[in-house]
Write a protein that binds this ligand. Structure first.
Ligand code: SF4
Length: 497
């Protein structure tokens, strides 16, 4: 087996179907001692199917973009492979020059990082599986150049890990040239910064994506200090290319579509003033292609608040309540403190002022409830300058949302190198106020309260049989009981352990 010249892959936490419920991927933040490997892979992060040549039948959208860019840049199909992590023996050999790994959170520094600190029972699955991949015996034997890219590649900066290159930023423009340089034996820096490509130059995928994710655009103009998309200019893809990506997915048997950008309602516009007709056309045309469901990856609460009729219209076009039970979207609440909003996210509420933020959030949650949208809301804990009083205001806001079905993700602030807060100290357990624990406890209580309803809703998109559903329901009940002691402690303002 000679091996493919360029092998694109990732570890099993990234290369999974998640049983059709991408939210299950968050279990990758748990350690093995809490969720053993066999249960993790069987119940939450099952491997996707592989073709007989060892290629993965599904891949993360970012990996598909890099694959397409390499092929468009002149590499031959026989030289490039999106490889299944369980079948690297069919991909990596003596002629493999480059292994490109895409990862969102390779060292577990972003998503629910507090779980590791709270439970204190070992490293999370995402870190251990990433480290196992980069130390794979075939990589050690054949010594291809290891390039790590994707949203989480910044986590490797300054870390003692055996990778040759860390690729930051967008890959479609520069990665093919970098590959040529590596293959020619040229000097290539350890840290590479990919330049942004124009919306029209984001290529059409050559294969289907996990969860049916289809990229609509990149970047965000709201400029929050802790966020990396805010550092990128806003660009959108032409409608025909978006539809081509949907078609690639549907032809390969994917049934659901998730339209991805930082704020899908800004499609076709570059700032606060939306082009509602373009947005409606986007949804109408996607719907015409016949997916079973259409979801949105992210929507800004301020945009939804300002454009409530548009949200209702999109619900009707998609057929929420008729063709699909609900629509899901990630929303960034981040804080209930107008002071913190002004300090770190001054344009988050725009065109309203930061003082309107709690009202915007509450109004959007009411609208989501009316329109059967399920929000997954993120909160950022421990932003620089946050006081106990700020956290109390977030607690008050979260309390007011408790009857609306959804999920809340309280995330410890991580100082990402590619943001305006890069270089500051990340938040951790040692700096937490009692109010932070109270807030985490409140979010946990909210999630446990809505878990049964969410499971019922999510089962619409899930691909598992009744056996796994029954186990998931059982785990929900066990989690309810097992978490009670932590929850009580945190709600008293005490650390969970
Ligand atoms: S609104 Fe969201 S995507 Fe935009 S800069 Fe702020 S956190 Fe980032």
């Amino acid at each position: 087996m000679k091996g493919k010249k360029i092998v694109l892959t990732s570890d099993p936490t990234m290369m999974s179907t998640y049983h059709g419920g991408a939210i299950l991927g968050f279990t990758a933040t748990l350690p093995k001692s809490v969720l053993p490997d066999f249960a993790f892979r069987r119940l939450f992060c099952p491997p996707m199917a592989a073709a007989s040549d060892g290629s993965a039948l599904l891949a993360p959208c970012g990996m598909r973009k890099v694959e397409a860019a390499l092929l468009e840049a002149g590499f031959d199909r026989s030289e490039v492979m999106v490889a299944h992590p369980d079948h690297l023996d069919k991909a990596i050999g003596p002629e493999t020059e480059i292994v490109g790994i895409t990862h969102d959170d390779p060292l577990g520094k972003i998503a629910l990082r507090e779980i590791e600190e709270m439970i204190g029972r070992g490293e999370p699955h995402n870190r251990s599986k990433f480290l196992a991949l980069i130390n794979h015996p075939l990589i050690k034997e054949h010594k291809p150049k290891l390039v790590v890219g994707g949203m989480g590649s910044w986590e490797l900066l300054g870390e003692d890990v055996p990778v040759d290159h860390i690729f930051l930023g967008e890959g479609e423009g520069d990665f093919p040239e970098i590959c040529r340089s590596i293959i020619n034996g040229d000097e290539v820096p350890k840290v590479i910064r990919g330049t942004a490509v124009a919306g029209g130059d984001i290529p059409v995928n050559r294969g289907p994506t996990i969860a049916g994710i289809v990229e609509v655009g990149r970047g965000c103009w709201r400029g929050c200090s802790f966020c990396s998309p805010s550092m990128r200019t806003v660009r959108h893809r032409p409608l025909d290319k978006i539809l081509d990506d949907v078609t690639v997915n549907l032809k390969a048997g994917q049934k659901d579509v998730v339209l991805h950008s930082e704020d899908v309602f800004t499609y076709g516009s570059s700032g606060a003033k939306l082009d509602g007709e373009k947005v409606k056309k986007l949804f109408r045309e996607v719907k015409r292609l016949g997916p079973r469901t259409v979801d949105i990856s992210h929507v800004s609460l301020a945009t939804a608040y300002q454009n409530q009729d548009l949200l209702r219209e999109v619900s009707r076009i998609v057929g929420v309540g008729r063709d699909q039970k609900y629509m899901s979207a990630w929303v960034g609440i981040e804080t209930g403190s107008c002071r913190i909003l002004q300090m770190h996210m001054p344009r988050k509420a725009s065109p309203k002022n930061p003082e309107s933020w709690p009202e915007i959030v509450r109004d959007c949650y009411r609208l989501f409830g009316e329109e059967s949208w399920l929000p997954v809301g993120s909160l950022v804990l421990g932003l620089p300058g946050e006081t106990a009083e700020d956290v109390l205001q977030t607690i008050e806001l979260v309390e007011s949302l408790k009857d609306y079905t959804g999920l809340l993700m309280p995330l410890f602030f991580s100082s990402m190198s590619e943001t305006r807060l890069g270089g500051t100290t990340s938040f951790g357990k040692d700096r937490a106020f009692p109010e932070h624990w109270e807030l985490v406890g409140l979010c946990l209580e909210y999630n446990l309260r809505h878990l049964k309803a969410l499971h019922r809703f999510y089962s619409e998109r899930m691909t598992v049989g009744p056996g796994v559903h029954a186990v998931h329901k059982g785990i929900t009940l066990i989690a309810d009981v097992a978490m009670t002691k932590y929850l009580k402690r945190m709600k008293r303002g005490e650390p969970p352990n």
